[in-house]
Design a protein around this ligand. Sequence first.
Ligand code: NAD
Ligand code: SF4
Length: 429
Amino acid sequence: MAEVKVLTEFYHLDEYQTLAGYKAKGGYETLHKAFKMQPQQIIDEVKASGLRGRGGAGFPTGMKWGFLPKNGEPRYLLCNADEGEPGTFKDRMMMERAPHQLIEGMIISAFAIGSNKGYIYVRGEYVFPIECLYKAIKEAYAAGLLGKNILGSGFDFDLDVYRGAGAYICGEETGMISSLEGLKGQPKLKPPFPAVQGYLRKPTIVNNVETLAAVTYIVKDGAATYRKHGTEKSAGTKLFSLSGNVMKPGNYEVPLGYPLMDLIMKEGGGMKPGRKLKACIPGGSSAPVLTAEEVAKANLDYESLAGLGTMLGSGAVIVLDDSQCMVDMLGVLTHFYAHESCGQCTPCREGTGWLDKVLHSILEGRGRLQDIDLLIKVADNMKGKTICALSDAAALPVLSFVTKYRDEFEFYVREGRSKVKGATYESHH
Ligand code: NAD
Ligand code: SF4
């Protein structure tokens, strides 16, 4: 097994960024096909494909679309391109290399769910991808692919880009909707889920960039062809952002179920000379860390990673070699979550701040042995009690790092320095 390029087949071609280049490779032909189908047929095809949300939660896309009310009231399609999860950079590449692929996927998805208005909410730091999207949207309007009566189908769809302002929490769908409405980007309790009541209190489907891009391929080749890749419960291919201590970091598209070790050793070119694999965070910073022994057993699908107590998440695979200090690494993560908590819920606001302070007192040589259990206690009390998933996301890495690498934490407290030779600490504060 190796890379299978379904979505990324033409990403190496610069001209694929333009309408002409995209069309030369069959772009927008699927849109013609989609307009000859009934919207429900498209929804059924997406359901049959087994496509699951590629933003991180892995919720079945067709099922989410099925939650929309059937009464024909106005609804919105919102593309989540906020991509804030540490280690994740796949959507950025998709928007830069193939903006029309996303636009085509959005038009087809909007037609399926009966939406005439869509937004792409892009993280503010993504200046170049935003430029690429603007250019492509302009081209699509000029070619009659967006706007009124697209390709003579009678279907209207307008698409805008909305630029975020650098808050991680605006990637959470209800926070994103609030931000889009001009309010503070804070998450809201669910239910109601956006599919029932979202943007401007209207039904809203929020899907990730990669999810929407995949819809085109499912409609083009059919659900059965899509299902040829991946596993029974985790169908299709997925883009993985591989980073950290590997020879060839980058984005790789592989079938779901692909062995994690192969991604690191084959696609990623393995470890740097003289270095050994120590650990791996398989699904963005909120996914519990895996030891090298666990990496050897892990496959990149939702079920295999859940079986090892972690998750596939956004597909950000962060590789750590034996030069990494786990206490320092956890310090970076806890500081990130403390900074990004929106502060609405007490366990999250106080818990993330507390974890950050305790860890940094250890890293600054002021730690006490009881602080190690305090980290576990605080993290345990942050789980399952808050409006959104950020609190759990901050707690899970702490629990896994401290449990699996406890000797490093104890050494740090006793000696006031890292157990890892040569590791130095730079304050994150
Ligand atoms: P979730 O499980 O609460 O929801 C997933 C999706 O399913 C949402 O769109 C939700 O509206 C929908 N849904 C679930 N139940 C529903 C129901 N009964 N009716 C209608 N719709 C329903 O997860 P979440 O909080 O949206 O996402 C968490 C994940 O996000 C994390 O696991 C993490 O991996 C990921 N994440 C990704 C990034 C990134 O940059 N890509 C950043 C942060 C977090
Ligand atoms: Fe805000 Fe944290 Fe509550 Fe989420 S869990 S709403 S980030 S305080």
